[in-house]
Design a protein around this ligand. Structure first.
Ligand code: DLL
Length: 438
């Protein structure tokens, strides 16, 4: 076994079920999920249109008869129209950024929170976290699922949590050193940022920072980036995947073999489909992940189109876990960008621009990662009447645009104002986004 750990620990025997046992469990849980959502008006209507009820679910493959759910359905159900339990049973609400400044909510019952901690504990254990270790979490704590999701996973393992949250990198470095922390948990780009700031501080991060392991997720990254993070920080780096619509982190994570992320298939029924035809792709071919929650109580979702493109392998892993593994997310079937961990749609930036008088709908968004943190530049054409050589006028306009972008997306951007007819025009689909990151 190509293991990077001295001892591989399987957290839970459900990770090693035979494929037949797993299929039977999935069928049972899928039936329960259909039964749960049949009280939610949105799904009630969709199931009635298709003439399907829980009685029609005999196997996990029957998922294909069920209706798809897309992000717009969740937006349309704002705030809590997809709730499948009584409001009094809600134990927590998280959310992810939405197009009009309103998030789409991820809602949990007490049992959902327990399941979530359990699933995070599984992949953290598979990646070296042990009771008695310290884990430093540099994800945002708040509506974003990263901070709290991982936090309770670490506690479930029995390790000590340092809930450092995001920002103030110098202080984070001090904490990591002084507490002799074994594991760092954050986005991969923030891990590189920590290394860079440590070097600026005159440290050699691979030697002077104590970490042995890192768990990274929440945004796309590459094998090259893994090599850099491992060299710069002197750690072994593991990838983990999740999305708030179905739970948050904990949907899949790497084991000691690091040859794909184990999908937590006893809790999620995962299809990999051609994004155009929606037919399943052959194992090992790139497709879009479509996920049905199998145990979620508060807000179960049927066949959620994640828009994430990757391969899914079905050979059994050397580690002994029997679940299928997903490869790295290599792209999206929509235009969502992830900027410093925040999900941003180009349409949100367009909306912000058009709220400011004097701007036109001709714009370009450039995303780059000059050091290790994402930077966004928005170039926008200003109308002839407004465009002026006077810096003060232009600065007022820039500030107004920046404020709207922050309000709608939550991120700041560098604004570049250009005169009429300065940007490219398109005959077909406009190409407004240039993503220069790896
Ligand atoms: O990012 C949940 C999460 C937090 C996962 C922390 C892992 C660690 P959302 O904000 O809803 O939830 O964003 C979900 O992020 O659809 C992917 O496009 C992307 N994503 C998440 N993990 C990975 C990863 C969290 N390991 C969206 N590789 C997903 C590539 C990832 N993309």
């Amino acid at each position: 076994m190509a293991t990077v750990l001295e001892d591989d620990v399987v957290w839970d025997k459900a990770e090693c079920l035979s494929r037949d046992e797993l299929a039977a469990l999935q069928a049972r849980r899928l039936k329960q999920t259909v039964q749960r959502v049949s009280h939610v008006p949105f799904y009630q209507k969709k199931l009635a249109e298709l003439g399907i009820s829980e009685e029609d679910i005999a196997s996990a493959d029957d998922v294909r008869q069920l209706p798809l759910t897309v992000k717009d359905d969740l937006r349309g159900a704002y705030p809590l129209d997809l709730l499948a339990v009584d409001r009094s049973e809600i134990a927590r609400i998280h959310g992810s950024s939405g197009t009009t400044g309103k998030p789409t909510f991820a809602v949990y019952t007490k049992k959902d929170l327990e399941t979530w901690s359990h699933l995070c504990a599984r992949f953290l254990t598979a990646g070296g976290l042990r009771a008695g270790h310290f884990a430093h979490i540099a994800f945002g704590y708040g509506l974003f699922t990263g901070g709290f999701g991982l936090h309770y996973g670490v506690e479930r393992v029995g390790a000590g949590v340092i809930p450092a949250a995001s920002g103030n990198t110098r202080r984070q470095i001090t904490l990591l050193r002084d507490l002799d922390t074994e594991t760092i948990i954050c986005t991969p780009s923030y891990a590189l940022n920590i290394a860079e700031v440590a070097i600026e501080e005159g440290l050699d991060p691979a030697k002077d920072l104590p970490m042995k392991f890192g768990h990274f997720g929440g945004e796309p990254w590459t094998e090259d980036m893994r090599v850099r993070i491992e060299n710069d920080l002197g750690i072994t780096a593991f990838n983990n995947y999740g999305l708030s619509e179905v739970m948050g982190p904990g949907v899949a994570g790497e084991c000691c073999c690091r040859s794909g992320m184990h999908l937590q298939e006893d809790h999620f029924l995962v299809e990999c489909v051609d994004p155009q035809t929606l037919e399943p792709v052959t194992p090992g071919s790139v497709g879009e992940l479509v996920i049905t929650t199998l145990t979620k109580e508060a807000m179960p979702v049927l066949r959620y189109r994640t828009r994430d493109l990757c391969v899914v392998h079905d050979e059994v892993c050397d580690c002994g876990r029997t679940t299928r593994r997903m490869g790295r997310v290599i792209g999206r079937s929509d235009d969502m960008l992830i900027i410093r961990g925040v999900n941003v749609f180009p349409s949100q930036i367009e909306e912000a621009l058009l709220r400011v008088e004097g701007t036109t709908p001709h714009y370009e968004i450039e995303v780059d990662r000059p050091g290790n943190l994402d930077r966004v530049k928005v170039s926008v054409e200003v109308s002839g009447e407004m465009f002026s050589d006077r810096m003060t006028d232009m600065n007022v306009l820039k500030r107004a645009i920046d404020k709207e972008i922050r309000t709608i997306t939550g991120i700041g951007a560098q604004i570049d104002l250009v005169g009429p007819q300065s940007l490219s025009r398109f005959e077909g689909k406009a190409k407004r986004v240039v993503d220069k990151r790896v």
